[in-house]
Design a protein around this ligand. Structure first.
Ligand SMILES: Cc1ncc(COP(=O)(O)O)c(C=O)c1O
Length: 534
């Protein structure tokens, strides 16, 4: 590597060198985005080489060689989410304006912790949040302070859900205090359809001080406490079963415990199934409970007049989380949370007597866990300004059309079995099931199918241009497992505008071909492994 020179910061005398490095960097990033084959499996990474490449020398190196190192050592080992054949997640993050927003954010270096350090960015982010609030169906107060946004921009869906759960906890505390009761984190419950809620939710509950993992089993027995604060509600076709929800509310109350919230999901991370929000809102209102809707995956349908009905009733939820970096074409990181009443943001304030402590115009005053924050929402603002509402709606509808077409193809192929026949929006789960697998009543049949599909997944992602997702899941519609037991399903999700029907068809044909080849080497089933997460 060449000598680093004296100046390491951007200033007029380094601008030329910087410009050249930027150009080279962008050129190699573009080559990465369009490389073929598009994706490589993490297993293919040469860890020793990467470890050596990550070493930092005492004297550093010039920009040109740092960029060259990045292009030759780092980029080729990275997974390319925006490859048309990458159908594992919807988060392609490849809108041109979105990427430009991400780049511009680095140049701007605004700090939205305080209005003084980011007046324009604070005003624009607040205004953007107010627009999206209206898309959700929440009222947007007159623009007066940053808190009018009634929510915030954070770094991930896990953080967005956490913020809403924190608000729900504080809401409960105040309600209990008004009733003359004291909040008891050891006897506070959250109701959820556990297998189809994202695993980060349980971690959030733990971070909120709920549950009793800190006690020994003997202590819990003595006190009549459960380890988890989560109270499980049955699922029906991957959704929260409203009738069982009613039963579980009664069961919690019969134990003398409090309910912090009903945690509903609009678009589950496995098959994008939508809870019946209208029904759940009606139950929540009748029992005076907080309803949170995790719409990190499914919130995209709010932007489509044709698909929006899947989230009917959302305006009645107390809080909602959305994940633009998962479903709105923008690169990581950007997630949003909203509270139905903007005044509930005061729960995050250190001083409960003022709406926002110290300064109502500073976003950092009320974003849980975040003070300094760059203009992360700029990428969404640029993307929306470039695409406009109508073009975005067309793309969201196209995702559903692609999934429906894939489902029809799977249904017409005797060796494939659809796991989510309803195909709510843009996900299709399926398994390769050789026709001979249905012969006889082999008690190990499902274990064998799970192993076979695990092998298909591995072969697909390492030896073909396609990259699909796969995980253990409850077979909630009993498509393969008679008893709704655990199956290992392959899953395609559509969110990349570059993924066309011909790519999808070719991927399905490849699954069938690989399945046929591998089925021959699966005479006896091997036990399935559990624990894969979507
Ligand atoms: C439904 C749902 N909620 C929350 C999350 C967490 O989002 P993030 O990974 O952006 O923190 C995910 C992630 O996949 C998800 O699918």
């Amino acid at each position: 590597m060449g000598e680093p020179g004296n100046l390491h910061v951007l200033e007029p005398s380094t601008a030329e060198e910087f410009g050249a490095a930027l150009e080279a960097l962008i050129e190699s990033c573009l080559a990465f985005k369009f490389s073929s084959p598009h994706v490589i499996a993490p297993r293919g990474i040469d860890r020793d080489r990467l470890r050596a490449a990550a070493e930092v020398s005492a004297s550093g190196a010039d920009l040109e060689s740092v960029v060259a190192w990045f292009a030759t050592e780092v980029l080729p080992a990275c997974l390319n989410f925006s490859a048309p054949t990458f159908v594992a997640h919807p988060d392609a993050g490849n809108s041109t304006a979105g990427i430009l927003g991400g780049i511009a954010d680095a140049f701007l270096q605004q700090n939205l912790s305080s209005f003084d350090y980011s007046p324009v960015a604070t005003l624009l982010e607040t205004e953007l949040l107010r627009s999206i609030r209206r898309v959700v169906g929440y009222d947007a107060e007159e623009f007066g302070s940053a808190s009018a946004a009634g929510g915030g921009a954070v770094f991930g869906g896990a953080g967005a859900n956490f913020s809403c759960l924190l608000a729900a906890r504080e809401h409960l505390k105040r309600r209990l205090a008004a009733e003359g009761k004291v909040f008891d984190p050891r006897r506070t419950r959250v109701l959820a359809n556990r297998p189809f809620t994202h695993f980060s939710m349980r971690r959030s509950l733990f971070m909120l001080g709920l549950g009793n993992r800190d006690l020994t089993a003997a202590q819990r027995r003595e006190q009549g406490l459960d380890e988890e604060c989560l109270f499980e509600v049955a699922s029906n076709r991957f959704r929260t079963d409203p009738d069982d929800l009613e039963r579980q509310i009664e069961a919690v109350r019969a134990r003398g415990e409090e309910i912090m919230c009903i945690f509903a999901v609009a678009g589950d991370s496995r098959f994008m199934a939508f809870d019946d929000i209208t029904r759940l809102a009606e139950i929540a209102e009748r029992h005076n409970l907080w309803l949170h809707v995790d719409a990190c995956e499914g919130g995209q349908v709010l932007f489509s007049p044709r698909r929006r009905h899947l989230m009917a009733g959302i305006e009645r939820a107390h809080s909602v989380s959305l994940d633009p970096h998962k479903v709105l074409l923008v690169p990581y990181n950007l997630s949003l949370f909203f509270l139905r009443e903007p005044s509930w943001l005061s729960y995050f304030s250190g001083d409960p007597t003022s709406l926002i402590s110290q300064d109502e115009t500073s976003l950092g005053g009320y974003t849980p866990g975040i003070n300094s924050k760059s203009f992360i929402s700029l990428k969404l603002l640029l993307m929306l300004r470039h695409w406009g509402w109508d073009r975005l709606a067309v793309e969201i509808d196209r995702r559903h059309d692609l999934a429906r077409r894939a489902a029809d193809w799977i249904n017409s192929e005797p060796s494939l079995r659809l796991i989510n026949p309803e195909v709510s929006h843009n996900a299709v789960g399926f398994m390769y099931v050789p026709e001979t697998a249905d012969e006889g009543a082999d008690p190990n049949r499902v274990d064998g199918l799970n192993s076979l599909n695990r092998a298909i997944h591995e072969r697909l992602n390492t030896s073909t241009p396609f990259f699909v997702h796969a995980f253990s899941t409850r077979d909630d519609e009993a498509q393969v497992h008679d008893e709704k037991g655990s199956v290992f399903a392959l899953r395609m999700m559509f969110g990349n505008p570059l993924t066309t029907w011909s790519v999808v068809r070719e991927c399905l044909e490849t699954v069938v071909k690989v399945g046929f080849e591998l089925a021959a080497s699966f005479p006896s089933p091997a036990p399935a492994r559990d624990g894969d997460q979507a």
